[in-house]
Design a protein around this ligand. Sequence first.
Ligand code: GAR
Length: 217
Amino acid sequence: MSSKSCNTAILISGSGTNLQSFIDDVASGELELSLSIVFTNRANAYGLTRARDAGIATACIEHRDYADRQSFDRAVAQMLDKAEPDLLLLAGYMRILSPWFVNHYAGRILNIHPALLPAFPGLDTHQRVLDADVTWHGSTVHFVTDELDAGPRILQGRLTVDTDESADELATRVQAIEHQIYPQAANWFANGRLAYHDGAAWLDDKRLDEPIVLDFD
Ligand code: GAR
């Protein structure tokens, strides 16, 4: 795939600082994606304003209008498919995806999770990290599979936890890392260097049995 043709849909539920980093990096020419559509399941997501300000098409479907997860996901896919996305970037999209949706976009969905997976899957990671008194924390970009927060890991950004910091301070430091590692991984995908097959992530035709880890201290 030529990077210019990498039609990308970004799915958000909230503030959209990761979305903003994609917007900024595309504008500066560092990131070669076509940002086709920003989708949200929350009409009040601030990320929608960021998308509109950048002139990107937006769409919202509220999940409470659907009887179950799969019927909601089918409606989302029907809308997204009009943009013919090559890549879906989950950027703070706080919905568990149905197996149907994951299969529909198999190998084309990336997620960023605010922890060093497989440690701390799920929610409220920063407070849980502080409570557990661990040394390392950070964020993980991974391919999305049926299993929540468990798809093949690609890239991690790591920092050492300061025992005096609050969960909010830690979140801010982790997010600054996310804004670097997520565009990096997306660029690899857009340039055809990163792929998902045989149940694994592959970078430059090498299987990533472990993610690439970057230290940010
Ligand atoms: C990010 O920190 C991302 O890692 C996290 O939500 C935040 C969204 O921030 N994602 C998850 O927790 C997914 N399980 P943003 O809206 O400012 O990009």
